[in-house]
Design a protein around this ligand. Structure first.
Ligand code: NAD
Ligand code: WQD
Length: 338
């Protein structure tokens, strides 16, 4: 299939493009490069042996979107394009609603004009409300405590309403848990700008000497070792989840929702110690106060995706750390030096 991949130059999108090519699909990347580098397209070619079409455009640019969908005879869309920093969304909510909600609306509008009705959407575990009832399943209560999270909830709601209004659509929301790791070639990985917000890239930058120590946000949570517990998923498994979702959803109308996670919760200290094994040294850390808005513990019940998509994670915690370390050590400044 010809697949439009919005945000395809980003962390998860780029690796999904490699897996799409490996499965015989043709990705067409549309990305504004607001949070990515053009070098990513060269890296995708290097890894997959095929250069994807790359259109530098904003997903809110309806005319470019319609033109791209037509010109490349697109069969289905995977919609990664969006802003994702929770703290920034609190400081600049208007940017998040415009980019993530308006972007999704313009995409639907352009797809309607061209007559394309298969869409896979990057949602997030952040749409779930805080609850002690773990693991989270697709029917768990939803509600979000950040503007970023609310953009994901709103987009899911919009897509569900679109399917209710025009039941021939097939729209799948994939609720990712915590994506980590890199492509095993070390050519593609996460390249955050400035100080990383997320745990794994921060640890990797400590390991490579760019940061002096990890600050662990809170050691008094009601978890086995007092640090926060999350469900980390290898980005390669996540990418494969998109292929499984496409296989399932193409030609199957409806609004589908799946958790993509491992089903296992890991603490900050457990992840840090696994990374230490991967890089061969123990990494410095200090305890800091809790980060506002953080939850103590959540992880996925991935059984719906196992049952219907025939998908489950294949990669271990050690794979996540080894691949993340290989990427970070071979690209200490991310894509910058290329
Ligand atoms: P990323 O920032 O690396 O990728 C997003 C890509 O979208 C970037 O390349 C960026 O340049 C592009 N983009 C953003 N706004 C755009 C716009 N208006 N038009 C065109 N391109 C635009 O992030 P990622 O980690 O790869 O995340 C991909 C998607 O998955 C996002 O929607 C994110 O919210 C969602 N998600 C990410 C995580 C995570 O922890 N990484 C977890 C759950 C959900
Ligand atoms: C994981 C754990 C922190 C950094 C975020 C978004 C969520 C989703 C995934 C997009 C927590 C601790 C972290 C650090 C630390 N993104 N930590 N020191 O918060 O689960 O989820 O990314 O949808 O929406 O909120 O991920 O990697 O930031 O944190 O101690 O320097 O690591 O407190 O327990 P989080 P994270």
């Amino acid at each position: 299939m010809n697949i439009l991949v919005t945000g395809g130059a980003g962390y998860i999108g780029s690796i999904t493009c490699v897996q799409l090519i490996a499965a015989g699909h043709r990705p067409i990347i549309l990305d504004s490069l607001v949070n990515a580098k053009a070098e990513v397209v060269n890296r995708i070619e290097q890894v997959s042996g095929q250069r994807p079409v790359f259109v530098q455009a904003d997903v809110r640019d309806r005319a470019r979107l319609v033109q791209t969908l037509r010109e490349h005879a697109v069969d289905a869309v995977i919609h990664f394009a969006g802003l994702k920093a929770v703290g920034e969304s609190v400081a600049q909510p208007w940017r998040y609603y415009d980019n993530n909600v308006q972007g999704s609306l313009v995409l639907i509008d352009a797809m309607r004009e061209v007559g394309i009705q298969t869409l896979v959407f990057s949602s997030s575990a952040t749409v779930y409300a805080e609850t002690l009832d773990q693991p989270l399943h697709e029917g768990s209560v939803i509600s979000s405590n950040s503007p970023y999270g609310r953009t994901k909830l709103m987009a899911e709601q919009i897509f569900s309403d679109v399917v209710a209004a025009e039941p021939t659509w097939s729209i799948t929301a994939l609720r990712y848990f915590n994506p980590v790791g890199a492509h095993p070639s070390a050519c593609l990985g996460e390249d955050p700008q400035g100080v990383p917000n997320n745990l794994m890239p921060f640890i990797a930058q400590v390991a490579v000497g760019r940061r002096s120590a990890l600050h662990i946000f809170g050691n008094d949570y009601p978890t086995p070792d007092g640090t926060g517990v999350r469900d980390y998923i290898h980005v390669m498994d996540l990418a494969d989840g998109h292929l499984a979702a496409l296989r399932y959803a193409h030609g199957r109308p409806g609004h589908h929702v799946f958790n993509l996670g491992s089903g296992r919760g890991l603490s900050v200290l457990e992840l840090l110690s696994a990374f230490g094994r991967a890089c061969g040294k123990s990494l410095p850390y200090e305890f800091s106060p809790r980060r506002p808005g953080d939850l103590a513990a959540f992880w996925a019940n991935p059984s719906l995706a196992e049952e219907l998509l025939n998908w489950r994670v294949q990669r271990s915690l050690d794979d996540m750390c080894a691949d993340s370390w290989r990427w970070q050590s071979q690209n200490p400044n991310g894509y910058e030096s290329s």
